[in-house]
Design a protein around this ligand. Structure first.
Ligand SMILES: Cc1cc2nc3c(=O)[nH]c(=O)nc-3n(C[C@H](O)[C@H](O)[C@H](O)COP(=O)(O)O)c2cc1C
Length: 332
C-alpha cells in the first residue's frame, strides 16, 4: 500500500512535513486548540479561525487578540476574511508582521452575515473581485498566500478562478467540495476535488467529510490531493491526525482510549487556564471543548452532565479527575 503520509510538500517554501491539516473553524481553532492538536501529533499544518480584515485594520482588540499563536504550532496559517480588497491587503500585512508562516484567505464561509458584506463565499460570485483581492494581498506580503474555497456559489465552476489564483502566485488551495448553497447538506464532492487537483499545479488540500482515518486514506486515493484537511472530526477526536498515521502503520488507534482522552482534556484546560482572557471566556471554552471531547467515550455523559455545574476551570479539572478515578475503579 502506498504510504500517502510519507509525502511531504512545500507551500511557497514552507515545508509541510505531514500532509494533514487542521481546518480553520471559527470559535474553535484558536491558539490553545491548535497547540493542543499539534502536541497530540500527526498534523502538518494548523489554520486559525477566520479573523475579520475590517477588525484588524480598525485595530479592534478582539481581532488582534485572535492573532496570537504559539511557537509550537509552526507551521501555522492565519486566515482572514473580508469583502473589501482595499482592506484585505492591509490585514494580510498585519498578519505577516505577527510572524506566522502563511496567510490564508477565506472564500468559503456560507454564513449570511458574512456573504452579505461581500466576504467569504460571496467572492466566488465575482471572479474579478476575488482575483483583485488576492492580487493586492500578494503585492502586500512576502509570506505564502493560500486560499480556501468552496466548490462554487451555486452551480458555477470555480476552477477557472483557481487557475487565475495560480497565475497570480497563490501557493496552495484548500477546496471544500460543497457549494455555498449546499452549506453543510449533502456530501462533499470528492470527484470535484479530484478535478481541482488534476487541473492545478500548486498543492491542493482536499476537505469535507473526512470522519475517520480510513476516510482520510480514501480521500488521498480517490482524489490524488497533496494533503487532507480535517475540521469537524477533530472536534470529537483530537487524536484523529495521530490515528491516521497509526491506521496506515497498522497500529492500534487511540481514538477511544479514555485515559488518553482525559489527559488531552486536562492539557487543554491547563492551556486555557493560563490564557490572558477573562474567566467567563475560560468557563465557556471549558464547557464547549470538554463537551465535544467527551463524546463517544465511556462515562462521557457523566462528564457532560457535570459540566453544567462547574463555575471555573479548576472545577472542570476536578470533574475529569473524578471521571478518571471512577473509570479506574470500574476497570479494577
Ligand atoms: C464550527 C465551524 C467553524 C468553521 N469556521 C470556518 C472558518 O472560520 N473558516 C473557514 O474557512 N472554514 C470554516 N469552517 C469550515 C471548515 O473549515 C471545513 O471546510 C468544513 O467543516 C468541512 O470540513 P469537515 O467535513 O472536515 O468538517 C468551519 C466549520 C465548522 C464546523
Amino acid at each position: 500500500m502506498t504510504n500517502h503520509l510519507e509525502r511531504s510538500f512545500s507551500i511557497g517554501g514552507v515545508h509541510i512535513a505531514q500532509p494533514l491539516a487542521l481546518a480553520p473553524m471559527a470559535e474553535v481553532t484558536d491558539t490553545y486548540y491548535r497547540s493542543l492538536i499539534k502536541e497530540l501529533g500527526g498534523v502538518g499544518l494548523v489554520v486559525s479561525e477566520f479573523i475579520s480584515a475590517e477588525g484588524l485594520t480598525r485595530k479592534n482588540d478582539r481581532s488582534h487578540q485572535m492573532l496570537a499563536f504559539n511557537e509550537n504550532e509552526r507551521p501555522v496559517a492565519i486566515q482572514i476574511y473580508g469583502g473589501d480588497p482595499e482592506r484585505m491587503d492591509d490585514a494580510a500585512a498585519i498578519v505577516e508582521a505577527q510572524g506566522v508562516d502563511i496567510v490564508d484567505v477565506n472564500m468559503g464561509c456560507p454564513v449570511k452575515k458574512i456573504v452579505n458584506s461581500g466576504a467569504g463565499s460571496a467572492l466566488l460570485k465575482d471572479f474579478d473581485k476575488a482575483a483583485r483581492v488576492v492580487e493586492k494581498i500578494k503585492a502586500a506580503v512576502k509570506i505564502p498566500v493560500t486560499v480556501k474555497v468552496r466548490k462554487g456559489w451555486e452551480s458555477n465552476d470555480v476552477i477557472p478562478l483557481l487557475k487565475r489564483f495560480e497565475d497570480i502566485g497563490v501557493a496552495a488551495i484548500a477546496i471544500h467540495g460543497r457549494t455555498r448553497s449546499e452549506a453543510y447538506t449533502g456530501a462533499s464532492d470528492w470527484n470535484y476535488i479530484a478535478r481541482v487537483k488534476s487541473e492545478l499545479t500548486i498543492p491542493v488540500w482536499g476537505n469535507g467529510d473526512v470522519k475517520t482515518a480510513a476516510d482520510a486514506i480514501r480521500m488521498f486515493e480517490t482524489t490524488g490531493v497533496d494533503g487532507v484537511m480535517i475540521g469537524r472530526a477533530a472536534l470529537h477526536n483530537p487524536f484523529i491526525f495521530r490515528d491516521i498515521h497509526a491506521y496506515v502503520r497498522g497500529e492500534r488507534m487511540i481514538e477511544n482510549e479514555v485515559e488518553r482522552r482525559i489527559d488531552a482534556m486536562q492539557k487543554y484546560l491547563s492551556k486555557i487556564d493560563a490564557a490572558p482572557q477573562i474567566d467567563r471566556w475560560k468557563l465557556h471554552k471549558a464547557r464547549t471543548v470538554i463537551g465535544w471531547f467527551s463524546k463517544g467515550i465511556p462515562h462521557g455523559k457523566d462528564i457532560r452532565m457535570g459540566l453544567q455545574d462547574i463555575a471555573c476551570v479548576a472545577d472542570a479539572q476536578r470533574l475529569l479527575e473524578l471521571a478518571r478515578t471512577r473509570m479506574n475503579a470500574y476497570a479494577a
